[in-house]
Each structure stands twice: as structure tokens, then as C-alpha cells.
Ligand binder design. Structure first.
Ligand code: SF4
Length: 251
């Protein structure tokens, strides 16, 4: 069950506006709307519990059979739905079954095979570039460290976190995609807008043991209820924990 803690002894509006700054024996009151790190961590713990109860099966929706296939699928998922990627990858991996096959593939053929995922020229270039780097530097195997993954063309922290967390169960960071960005802001887990800064904030308040799960959970919630266009706050299990609920419910 998810609950919220109501503020105790709220200041009276009169006291807040009339009282000048004087020395007082009572402790300074917290600024309205400001949440301590401790309170934020507690609220976050309830958010994670609420999401786990709602989405017990939450995991990566991309279909893959190896770390390499997951890497390719994740590169293809940029600006594209996982559903669309899953429609494309079976034929793609049948046509190019190995890293070597991707490296040797005629570029146009590769582009045609992934065209429906969008940005296909850039994606084909990055996938083929990654295949070459894997063969030249890593013996054809996908590495399992953030620093090594970031050496691959087309791989930034989001893709690297997906591969590390899902293929290797390595919690090196938090996946921040469009859903995680949006929900982290609505839930006031961060005030940042850039993915790398959002990830940094989340890593400071989420226990490392939850770094992998929280990405899956927020992505599921973003798809199911807290959608970009119209969040379904009335049905949301996090309603009491979410500072944005009133905004959308009233609006
Ligand atoms: S209460 Fe609304 S805005 Fe907050 S997480 Fe739920 S659906 Fe999203």
C-alpha cells in the first residue's frame, strides 16, 4: 500500500506573512514545497514498492537471445517503439546471425532491413560500426563495463545501462529514456531535464540494488498509466505519493 505523510503543524498564513524575521526558540520552518533528502528517499521507497506491486513482471520488452542482439535491438529502439523493433529483429537476426555477419553486411541491405524503425541510415552505420569495434577490440564479444560499452559507436549511457542491466545484471547506472525522464519529473524525483543529470539524481536517491528495476518499473508505468499526453492519475497507485497528481486531476 502506498501512502503519503501529511505535513504536521502547517504555519498559519497570517504568521507566515506578518511575522518579521526575528530570532525564535523554535526551529526554522522548512520552505513550503521543499522536501528533505530523507523524506524524498522514504517517498521513493514507497513509489518503488507501489510500482513493484502493480507491475510484478516488469522487465525489458525487447526480444533478444544474446548480449549482441540486445545491443542491436536497443540501438534500433531509439525514437521507435519496442513493439516495432520486435517486429523487425527476427528477420534481421536470421539474415545476419553473427557479429561478423553484421560487420560484413552490405550497408544498403542492412538499411533496408531496419528501415521501419526510423533513422535507419544512422542506425545501420552505428550497428555496423559497433560490430567492427567488437571484432577489432573485444574479440567479437559485447563487453560488460560502462567504459568499454561507451567506446562503441551509437552507444551512450542509456543503451549501455540497458545492456549492462539486462544482459549482464550489472547495476552501473539507471536507464533514463523518455518515460523515465517524464515520470522522474512528474514524481519530483529530480528537477533536471537532461538525461545524464536525471540519472545522476536518481543514482543519489535510489539504492544501487534497485537501479536496474526502477528503470523497468518507470517505463512500464509510463506506458500503462502515466502517459505523455494524458496521465491517468485517477487510476494511478502512486496518486498519494505524486506531487503532480493534483495538477492533472484538477486540470
Ligand atoms: S499520479 Fe498521475 S502524474 Fe503522478 S505518477 Fe500517477 S499518473 Fe503520473
Amino acid at each position: 500500500m502506498v501512502t503519503s505523510s501529511a505535513p504536521t503543524n502547517p504555519p498559519s498564513p497570517a504568521a507566515a506573512t506578518v511575522m518579521p524575521a526575528q530570532k525564535s526558540a523554535s526551529p526554522p520552518k522548512r520552505k513550503r514545497g521543499r522536501e528533505s533528502k530523507r523524506a524524498l528517499r522514504e517517498r521513493l521507497g514507497e513509489i518503488v514498492s507501489g510500482l513493484r506491486a502493480t507491475y510484478p513482471e516488469a522487465e525489458c520488452a525487447l526480444e533478444y537471445r544474446s548480449a549482441w542482439e540486445l545491443l542491436v535491438a536497443t540501438i534500433l529502439s531509439a525514437q521507435c517503439t519496442d513493439k516495432r523493433v520486435n517486429m523487425v529483429t527476427p528477420a534481421l537476426f536470421e539474415r545476419f546471425p553473427t557479429v561478423e555477419a553484421f560487420a560484413a553486411a552490405p550497408r544498403e541491405e542492412l538499411e533496408t532491413a531496419i528501415r521501419t524503425t526510423g533513422f535507419f541510415r544512422n542506425k545501420a552505420k552505428n550497428i555496423q560500426g559497433a560490430a567492427h569495434v567488437l571484432l577489432e577490440k573485444f574479440g567479437g564479444a559485447v563487453p560488460n563495463t560502462m567504459a568499454e560499452l561507451l567506446e562503441l559507436p551509437g552507444v551512450a549511457r542509456k543503451t549501455a545501462n540497458v545492456v549492462l542491466g539486462v544482459a549482464f545484471q550489472v547495476a552501473d547506472g539507471v536507464v533514463v529514456d523518455t518515460h523515465v525522464s517524464r515520470l522522474s519529473q512528474r514524481l519530483r524525483l529530480t528537477r533536471e531535464k537532461e538525461p545524464t543529470k536525471i540519472e545522476r539524481d536518481l543514482m543519489q536517491i535510489v539504492p544501487q540494488s534497485d537501479w536496474i528495476d526502477i528503470g523497468h518499473l518507470l517505463i512500464h508505468h509510463g506506458r500503462a498509466l502515466c502517459t505523455a499526453r494524458k496521465p491517468a492519475c485517477g487510476e494511478c497507485p502512486l496518486q498519494d505519493l505524486c506531487p503532480s497528481a493534483a495538477l492533472y486531476l484538477d486540470g
